[in-house]
Structure formats: C-alpha cells, structure tokens
Design a protein around this ligand. Sequence first.
Ligand code: ATP
Ligand code: HSE
Length: 323
Amino acid sequence: MAVYTHLGSERLAELIASYDVGELVSAKGIAEGISNSNWLIETTGRDGTGARYVLTMYERRIDVTDLPFFLGLLDHLAAEGCAVPATIHDRDGAACREVEGKAVALIEFLPGVSPSEPSPAQAHSAGRALARVHLAGTRYPHTRQNPLTAENSAGILARFSESRLAGIDPDLPATAARASDIARQMLGGLPESIIHSDLFPDNVLMLGDEVSGLIDFYFAANGAMAYDLAVTHAAWAFDPRGETIDAAVGRALVAGYESVRPLSAEERAALPLLAQAGCLRFVASRTEDWFDTPGDALVRRKDPMEFARRLEFYRDAGQGAFA
Ligand SMILES: Nc1ncnc2c1ncn2[C@@H]1O[C@H](COP(=O)(O)OP(=O)(O)OP(=O)(O)O)[C@@H](O)[C@H]1O
Ligand SMILES: N[C@@H](CCO)C(=O)O
C-alpha cells in the first residue's frame, strides 16, 4: 500500500491544472512503495495526444528542505542523458508544490518493470547506468551530506540494548557489536560524486535487459562512488534472506560499472569494507524502523538480518565476494 492521503478528483484536477500538461484524465494510486504516496496520472497531454506522469506526495522520512536538492538532481541527470525521470515544473517554474499541507512533485513517467530476480545481463545494465549517474553527478553543483554514514549507523544501533536487538533476532547483537569497528576503519580520500545510496532492484525500471529508469533518489548525497557500487552489489547479488550470494550477478554489476567508469586499485581494495558499511546502513535503518513500526501496521517491517547476514558474508569473504 502506498497511498496514505486521499486526494479528491477536484483537488487533483486543480493541482494538475497548475502544470502545462493538459487536463487530468485519470489518477490511479500506485501500490508499490513505502515512504510516499504515489499516483499514476494520465492527462490529455500538451498536444492532446495523451501523457503519463507520476505524482508523488512526500509523506515521511524526507526533509522537505532537501527536496530542491533531490528534484534538481533528477533534472540535472536527465539533462545529462541519464535514465532518470525529469521533474515537471509548474507554470511558475516551481519543481514542487504544496497540497493539504504536504509537498508534492509531478515526475516524468518512465516505462519498465523492476526485476524481482535480476539476471547477470540486467545487473550489467544497472552497473552501467549507475556509473553514468556518478560521472554526471560530478557536475551537479549542489551538495547534501549523507546522514547514514557508517559512523551514524553505528550510533543508531548503539541506542538499542543488546536484549532489545536480540528480540528481533538472537544474532543481531553480534553484528551491532562490530558496527563501531567498521566505522573506525572507513577511509576518506576515495573519489566522490553524488551517490544514489539505495539502488535496490525495486528502484530500477527495466525493459528486458536494459535499464529504462533509475528512480527514488531520496537518499542521494555526496559520497564515495565505490561505496555506492558496494551498496548496489549488496542489494542485487544475494537471495532475499541474504544467505547466498549470486556471484555471477555481482560480477556482472561490477563489470557493467567498470565498462563506463573503471575503478582505481584503491577503490577495488576498499570494496569489501565499503560493502560492510553499506550493509550496516540497512541493518541500522531497518532496526530503527522495526522499533518505530507497530507489528500490526499496514507497512511490512523489513528484517535487518537480511543485511546482517550479507555484512558477515563480506567480512568473511573479503575480495572473494567480488571474484
Ligand atoms: N518515474 C517513474 N516512472 C514510472 N514508475 C514510477 C516512477 N516513479 C515511481 N514509479 C513507480 O512507483 C512505485 C513506487 O515508487 P517509489 O519506489 O519511489 O516509492 P516510495 O514510497 O517513494 O519509495 P520506497 O518504497 O523506497 O520507500 C515504483 O515501484 C514504481 O513502480
Ligand atoms: N531500500 C531500503 C529501504 C530504504 O532505505 C531497505 O531495503 O532497507
């Protein structure tokens, strides 16, 4: 479920009329997604031949003062030829508006479906698309600090007692105990750009084996490009429970990335630690969400252990995880 706010047809038509996109024809709530309300909007289009958009209402987690960074980033990357949806600006040139006290944005609709079991060919294409975003991101003039660094993730986990963590899973405290050690080992100095930070397969739209769109840039920030690749490896190259690696998918992802932006020796050497830091970020955010979300809520809680297992895998396998 991902329509948290009811918007009546008159209110929707009024909102769409503030954009030069033709008249509202239909609006359907999009079931996927957790954080925001999303609608698939059809209009008559500027030239009467019909057009589709996604309307997003920012419900939680996103600080609205970050929206100009996120929406400006979509416009920048789209203008640089990356497969990301551009923001539609209203008749006054604004990228976002307010409805019922909440910020909304109208975004270009991109075709495609997210792979649920990505193939190596799809991972190769995702790697290429990520590298293109990194190259184009170096020319984005705005900055945003990453709030989910390894240090901050360790800080989040430190707020919960061992027994509370063990209430989620008996093995979770052991992973949490290693968090500050991972944070301490993180080195600066790797090449940086704008990173997506959350490029799970469900944030990639594909037509066959080709990426048609990267979406959900709401964790984007400045950071090490190799870290983003490592996060994407963790998100793509395992079974959902994080028990078994699909090495072919992982290799294809990195090979696709390097076909556009080769890694330096330092970046390659750092991948196992960066992947542990990436996993730590999801262990921390999922643990925090777990305690913030009642068990009977409509939103399904995500299991931090899926990434605690991946973290242990990267720790044990080292460079072998990328071979
Ligand atoms: N620009 C787009 N073009 C086509 N479909 C889109 C677009 N943006 C979003 N979608 C669709 O809407 C769904 C929900 O979007 P999204 O994943 O951004 O939701 P969210 O609630 O903002 O994020 P999350 O689930 O990560 O919290 C996506 O799975 C995708 O199907
Ligand atoms: N993609 C994240 C949620 C958004 O940060 C996860 O699976 O935990």
